[in-house]
Design a protein around this ligand. Sequence first.
Ligand code: SAM
Length: 313
Amino acid sequence: MINRIKYLRISLLNSCNLNCFYCRPPQQENDTYVSKNYTNYQNSIKLLHTLGVEKIRFTGGEPTLYKQLPELMQFVKKTDPNIHTAMTSNAILLKKKAEQFADAGLDSVNISIDTLKAKKFCSVTGRDKWQDMIDGIEESIKYIPKVKLNTVLIRGTNDDEANDLIQFANRLKIDIRFIEFMPTKLNSENSEQYISGDEIKKRLPYNFVSTKNDPSTAARYLSSPDLDIKVGFINPVSHSFCAMCNRIRLTSDGRLYGCLFSGASFNLFDSLEQGYETASKEVHRLIAEKTYKGCSRKTGDSAFFPSFVNMGG
Ligand code: SAM
């Protein structure tokens, strides 16, 4: 048992069908769209479940580009039907694939939506695919048991849309969470675009009340008599939630990380080749040495990784 660690996030691949400036800076290339690592992922999931993982989130890059994702979801459910199987996606491919993922066992999806304006979507993501995202959200609601929206707050880009996004989510009857912009090695020039969750909350026209929160989730949820949904704030920069952290992260090159803001890691795929016992010892060592130092706003002081497209957000 790795005591408090229950939640594994797998960044399945670096590739993405969008180029969000805050997530994948221009110097970052797509890797190829090949479905590599399938057996490595299976073995990693098997081991980490044995050690206590109860929830797995597939992310990336864009996880829906990973060709064997439905099989991997089925594998998770076959390993243990009680493992909560989640995904974070930009929804571009979900119009076509939501039903297939739901059939494969996907329990919940968090969909990234940074703007309700098609033209702005194009300038943030570099792609003219706003309508595909909207269609993907609608199709997901039809098939996937739990759908939530995620918006990264960017001063001067979408901070004026927070209420419109809440109203959009309210019409669809799905919760929305606002995420503070986090610095990485490659997005330092954007750090003045940071805006705190508290500043956004103050601007909103609701009498918010706190709801009962699952202590291990990063979001603090609020409700309002004027809304049918909950509004969550994920404020890693202004309010550290390290004390509740129950997660570890696996990247597509096989590295297992204990913390988004610490480079401490080892290659789980290599370690599994030495057998489950060796890999298990390494996992325990990583967890024992896991840091809880939080995210600083100052780039370089904080993230060690080039961009979120590698780490999975
Ligand atoms: N492609 C998928 C998507 O768009 O949701 C999954 C990968 S994406 C890296 C996962 C999450 O990280 C998204 O919600 C994204 O908005 C968030 N993210 C990316 N860069 C970020 C940054 N600099 N600060 C905060 N969140 C970020």
